[in-house]
Design a protein around this ligand. Structure first.
Ligand code: ASP
Length: 331
């Protein structure tokens, strides 16, 4: 009997080494491709399929890492890189244009286990700003680098360098032209036509949380404007004690209300659930002041919450229990 027990313990030990899923916990991954007041009629069925497919591709890339016991940091970076490379979203390729008709990109990443964080702003020649943010976190003593200095650091780190025209997308250019026209006639574009961002949050099998966010910012931004995305605690935050959050919306409000950290703080100090904390921030605090946007969030137990106060948020999630979904509108 004793021998049997020993054998059983040994078998568990071997299974644990060979298959991380056997020895460790579960995983969750959520992603977003930006929030806005998008009219359902304005998205053709073909385009809707394109969005769904790209969101699924990003989820698959992240899940492939989490499934084999990989880290949440690797998973969120992989998912965000796919969304950055797609012209469908306002990040990387397909970013909105500044007032001067250029693309300037911001990104941040945070590790919930160590509270290490990295961020970049005003990027024009690094193909994947999220990877630049990760390098800042791991290979520099700093948290945030901007403009030419951030790019110089990226070159030294061997990141993919592109011509600024890499980020150009015709559809976005037409939106920009429309933005200029409206400025001259009946005022600026509606704020919702200027937004968008991509992001990912994950819990890995080792209980570690991570958040990553990347954006082109807001259409027509001027004077080196930087939004909430690379501001740690505003658009991006992760802490193993509570949750990981990636935001999208009118950045100035997300900075003022320190949205991502506020959700974590409500859980930490008030004992709020992820669902209640994130809903309160997005659908009460921000809604009351007319600030549009949403967040994706995952907590230390793998719960996922994706509230938004606009008509749409491109989003999706997958969990180790087999549940998954992707969606755009509120239904
Ligand atoms: N939060 C981004 C910014 O303000 C834009 C967005 O998510 O829509 O730069």
């Amino acid at each position: 009997m004793k021998r049997m027990k020993k054998l059983f313990v040994f078998a568990l030990f071997v299974a644990g080494i060979c298959c991380p899923a056997f020895s460790q916990g579960s995983y969750s991954l959520a992603i977003h491709g930006g929030a806005g007041n998008v009219a359902r009629e304005s998205v053709s069925p073909e385009r809707e399929v394109e969005y769904h497919e790209k969101l699924r591709e990003a989820l698959d890339a992240g899940e492939a890492i989490l499934k084999i016991g990989g880290s949440s940091l690797d998973a969120v970076e992989a998912a965000v890189r796919i969304l950055e490379d797609s012209p469908l979203f306002n990040a990387g390729r397909g970013a909105v244009f500044t007032a001067e008709g250029t693309n300037e990109l911001d990104a941040a990443i945070m590790c919930g286990a160590t509270l290490d964080a990295g961020a970049v702003a005003g990027i024009t020649t690094l193909r994947n700003p999220i990877s630049a943010a990760r390098k800042v976190m791991e290979n520099s003593p700093h948290v945030m680098l901007v403009g030419k200095g951030a790019e110089q650091f990226g070159y030294e780190q061997g990141l993919d360098v592109v011509d600024p025209s890499w980020f150009f997308d015709q559809r976005r250019w037409e939106q920009y032209r429309e933005h200029l026209r409206r400025q001259q006639t009946r005022g600026a574009l509606d704020v919702n036509d200027k937004m968008g961002t991509v992001g990912a949050v994950a819990l890995d099998m080792h209980g570690n949380l991570a958040a990553a966010t990347s954006t082109g910012g807001m259409m027509g931004k001027r004077y080196g404007r930087v939004g909430d995305v690379p501001v740690i605690g505003a658009g991006t935050y992760a802490n193993n004690a509570t949750c990981a959050v990636s935001a999208t919306g009118h950045g100035e409000f997300f900075i003022r209300y320190v949205v991502a950290h506020e959700i974590s703080a409500m859980m930490m100090y008030k004992g709020a659930s992820l669902q209640n904390a994130s809903e309160e921030l997005i659908n009460q605090t921000l809604r009351e002041i007319g600030a549009n946007g949403g967040v994706i969030a995952v907590d230390k137990d793998g719960n996922v919450s994706m509230p938004f106060n606009t008509t749409a948020m491109y989003r999706g999630y997958v969990k180790s229990d087999g549940t998954h979904s992707v969606g755009i509108f509120a239904d």
